[in-house]
Write a protein that binds this ligand. Structure first.
Ligand code: SF4
Ligand code: SF4
Length: 108
């Protein structure tokens, strides 16, 4: 006689745990890859895209505040914007030919 439905097996629990752990690792990884230039005056916030940035350095010199550095994170070389120095002028945005500087309206 069948009493109840079996709801979980050790292998399915392991799979869910592994998927959850992978998701957490991905979130931590991505949080290390995106800058937050929240102190910049003006309507926009500038950040660098982990995906598009080639680390070419073409945005470094045009930045009047010397707010951009080329760094290595997770074995990837890319540009990083110092949120404390950025004044939101947009020079980096217009100089990057890889669309790797992201410009977003500040949230109110
Ligand atoms: S943000 Fe653009 S210009 Fe700056 S290093 Fe990355 S790809 Fe080069
Ligand atoms: S917005 Fe202006 S100050 Fe900010 S990182 Fe880009 S070039 Fe530098």
């Amino acid at each position: 006689m069948k009493i109840g439905k079996k709801v979980g097996t050790p292998s399915s629990i392991t799979f869910v745990s592994s998927a959850y752990a992978l998701l957490l690792m991905l979130l931590v990884f991505m949080s290390n890859c995106i800058d937050t230039a929240t102190k910049a005056p003006g309507p926009f916030v500038y950040t660098t895209s982990y995906v598009n940035c080639t680390g070419c350095g073409d945005c470094v010199e045009p930045c009047p505040e010397k707010a951009i550095k080329i760094i290595e994170t997770q074995h990837v070389i890319r540009a990083s914007i110092d949120a404390d120095k950025c004044v939101g002028c947009g020079e980096c945005f217009f100089h990057c030919e890889f669309n790797a500087i992201e410009r977003k309206l500040k949230e109110e």
